[in-house]
Design a protein around this ligand. Structure first.
Ligand code: 13P
Ligand code: SF4
Length: 317
């Protein structure tokens, strides 16, 4: 439900008093996106956090995103409206599991998706997000083995695009994106043959999307594998009447704002991330009133992960 204009005015006033900048991921509730200073994808928001002048960063997103902001801006206060907002993908690998995997592949370069805990980042050579994963892997000499984690669908996408076979991929997944499957995508595409398809590479249907394009079932130039930020750029450039969107449904709000003339439809309208939706208007207000939940990353851990995160924000600028 829309919390109303008084809520938004109070949020803005409290943010001003605290000297806080409000960041919101594209999957946040519409009211939270609308009240934020910046809305974006994981990479864009990390870059904004790194360059922020404000004393306090309020991160409306999930915990690993706020943790990444704290690693990049250790002297700032980083708040998240609910520290229990986790991520099933980040939970799919622990630092112990990564250490064991590294021991099996000595000398391999570890590329971790930003959807990982600070402990996993501390064991990582370079982080990436969905918008620069290909460029990050291409920055590594082709003869070096790569351990790519934790998302198997993004990993498969990177292998396909780079053509590298020496990339080992961890078998993790995001339960929200894995649930957007190929059968649903094919059925929706058949119902609307003129629609473009915007598909996030974490989706279970990313391979099916390329198959649809390769088989001619959907013209190849109508199928786009994109990060959430990439979807917004593609929406602004699109001349299509309708677009089928395969990602978390919070994304539809920014897409409709970016290109109001296009009919955006979710491939799976139940693809809502329960962790992203734990950040409610009431909890944002509480965060600003009470200064909680504050995000801490142990300084030695942050120091070990910082170079990997810094490389991530530098690659693909
Ligand atoms: P991006 O914003 O980088 O596309 O990430 C999607 C995601 O699932 C974050 O949780
Ligand atoms: Fe994690 Fe998936 Fe939710 Fe993104 S959508 S925060 S990857 S559980």
């Amino acid at each position: 439900a829309d919390p109303g204009p008084d809520w938004a005015a109070e949020v803005r006033e409290l943010a001003g008093r605290r000297g806080a900048v409000l960041l919101a991921h594209n999957y946040q509730l519409p009211a939270i996106q609308d009240v934020a200073d910046h809305v974006g994808d994981s990479l864009g928001l990390s870059r904004i956090a790194a360059a922020a002048e404000a004393e306090t960063i309020v991160f409306c997103g999930v915990h690993f995103m706020a943790e990444t902001a704290k690693i990049l801006a250790p002297d700032k206060t980083v708040l998240i409206p609910d520290a229990a907002a986790g991520c099933s993908l980040a939970d799919s690998i622990t630092a112990d599991q990564l250490r064991a995997w590294k021991a099996e592949h000595p000398g391999a370069v570890v590329v971790s998706y930003v959807n990982t805990t600070a402990e996993v980042k501390a064991e990582t050579d370079v982080c990436c997000t969905s918008s620069n994963a290909v460029e990050v892997v291409e920055s590594i000499p082709a003869d070096r083995e790569v351990l790519f984690l934790p998302d198997q669908f993004l990993g498969a996408h990177v292998r396909r695009v780079t053509g590298r076979e020496n990339i080992h991929v961890w078998a993790g997944e995001c339960h929200v994106h894995a649930g957007i499957n190929g059968a649903t995508l094919s059925a929706k595409a058949a119902e609307d043959p003129d629609a473009e398809l915007f598909v996030h590479p974490e989706c279970g249907c990313a391979t099916s999307a390329l198959y649809l394009a390769g088989s001619g079932a959907v013209p190849a130039d109508r199928v786009k594998i994109l990060s959430t930020g990439g979807m917004l750029d593609a929406a602004r450039a699109s001349t299509a009447a309708s677009v089928l969107v395969a990602t978390e449904i919070g994304m539809l709000h920014q897409l409709r704002r970016a290109a109001p003339e296009i009919d955006f439809r979710a491939v799976n309208d139940r693809a809502s991330c329960p962790y992203m939706k734990m950040i409610t208007p009431e909890k944002l207000l509480r965060a600003l009133r009470e200064g909680r939940d504050e995000v801490h990353v142990a300084p030695d851990l942050a120091a070990r992960g910082r170079a990997a995160v810094q490389r991530m924000i530098e690659i693909g600028q």
